[in-house]
Design a protein around this ligand. Structure first.
Ligand code: HEC
Ligand code: HEC
Length: 331
């Protein structure tokens, strides 16, 4: 079989895993919404802790950098690649494409918000639908969907990098027979003044290294970690001893094991370059916080667990799921 054939097979596996993961996230949200009685706490029973705490509400409200000055020079092809990787498991992009887990995104900019035909939007977003999508509203939505519309069915943590958000929105703009106008010079000027400072200060450039979570292992909650892994990782990873590889390798005994070295799994070249040393609590924390930052191009299409305590819970669980748990710092 040719390499191309093998690659596209792997691609299909990944797409299938993503789709399954997406469906599980989405289904969990829907189920949680429908089974939690009205007088219960508003937090769904199974909450996507790691993902949904990723964006403090303040970030969307106060610190959000305008992408208006970046649209004209944004990299549409990077935006396209990003959307294909991270959005297309849930959204079709072609004219007249069917709704999937999410609505079709053709012609979304300039169209009425949350109103595409043939898709049953959640009440959470229906309440936020006001006029047509423009650069500002799309920027805020994509930065943190669940801050923009708490309870939205779009289980996606958001695009934190300002340039990436601009690339994605510039690409979405091209998905139309007649794309909306680029931002006017006046709009660019108005958006540039105060935000430019914030942009350089906060979110361009490489993120600082993940802070150590060493102090959080002592109070880690293994059952919470286990629940999160069952919900967010098990679509791609087996967890039992000797489990078969799926979209990703089996994770039994992974803490303390050699990185990216499970027999019988074909790793991407992105991570092969990092294979060799053993996973320590610190390195696995860095990986799980942001797989794409740890190994750019990795085949693990998972946005990462941003919440430090949640990550500690998950690592404590993974460590226990082993014949030879390592000693976690502080325990
Ligand atoms: C896990 C599935 C999933 C992923 C991944 C996802 N979305 Fe969504 N998206 C949804 C759902 C579901 C909705 C409808 C939200 C609701 O009803 O609460 C939605 C709604 C939207 C809307 C509003 C569309 C409209 O009709 O007004 C836009 C725009 C959007 N998504 C863009 C994106 C982009 C861009 C990405 C990738 C960066 C992305 N989505 C990733 C599921 C997803
Ligand atoms: C969409 C599928 C998918 C999801 C969801 C996913 N992973 Fe992965 N994971 C992968 C793939 C694929 C790899 C191999 C990476 C590569 O080859 O680039 C991987 C690799 C790993 C590795 C390294 C394994 C090794 O052999 O060294 C760890 C650890 C890991 N994942 C943990 C997790 C955890 C924990 C979660 C949930 C919080 C998770 N993954 C969610 C697909 C996924």
């Amino acid at each position: 079989m040719s390499n191309t054939g093998k690659d596209s097979l792997l691609g299909n596996k990944i797409a299938a895993g993503l789709l399954t993961a997406g469906l599980i996230f989405w289904g969990a949200n829907r189920i949680a919404n429908s089974i939690v009685p009205d007088d219960a706490p508003k937090t769904p029973a199974i909450k996507l802790t790691g993902l949904s705490t990723a964006a403090p509400p303040a970030a969307a409200a106060v610190g959000l950098v305008s992408i208006i000055p970046m649209i004209a020079t944004a990299d549409v092809s990077k935006g396209m690649a990003f959307v294909q990787q991270q959005c297309s498991a849930c959204h079709t992009l072609n004219a007249g494409g069917a709704a999937g887990v999410g609505p079709n995104l053709y012609n979304v900019l300039g169209s009425p918000m949350f109103a595409g035909g043939g898709f049953a939007y959640s009440d959470a977003v229906k309440a936020k639908a006001k006029g047509n999508w423009n650069y500002d509203t799309m920027n805020a939505w994509l930065a943190a969907p669940s801050s923009y519309a708490p309870g939205t069915a779009m289980s996606y943590p958001g695009i934190k990098n300002d340039q990436t958000r601009a690339d994605v929105v510039a690409y979405l703009r091209t998905l139309a027979a007649s794309p909306i106008a680029l931002p006017s010079a006046a709009a660019v000027k108005a958006a540039s003044a105060p935000a430019a400072v914030a942009a350089t200060a906060t979110s361009t450039g490489t993120p600082p290294p993940a802070p150590s979570i060493d102090t959080l292992f002592a109070k880690a909650d293994i059952s919470k970690g286990s629940a999160l892994v069952a919900q967010q990782c098990s679509a791609c990873h087996a967890l039992n001893k000797g489990g078969a590889a799926g979209v990703g390798p089996d994770l039994y005994g992974i803490v303390g094991a050699k990185m990216f070295s499970a027999a019988g799994f074909s790793y991407s070249s992105a991570v092969q370059a990092k294979a060799g040393p053993v996973w320590t609590p610190d390195t696995i924390s860095e990986w799980l916080k942001d797989p794409q930052a740890f190994a750019p191009g990795t085949a693990m299409s998972y946005p990462g667990i941003k919440n430090d305590q949640t990550r500690a819970d998950v690592i404590a669980y993974l460590n226990k799921n082993s014949d030879a748990p390592v000693k976690l710092p502080g325990t």
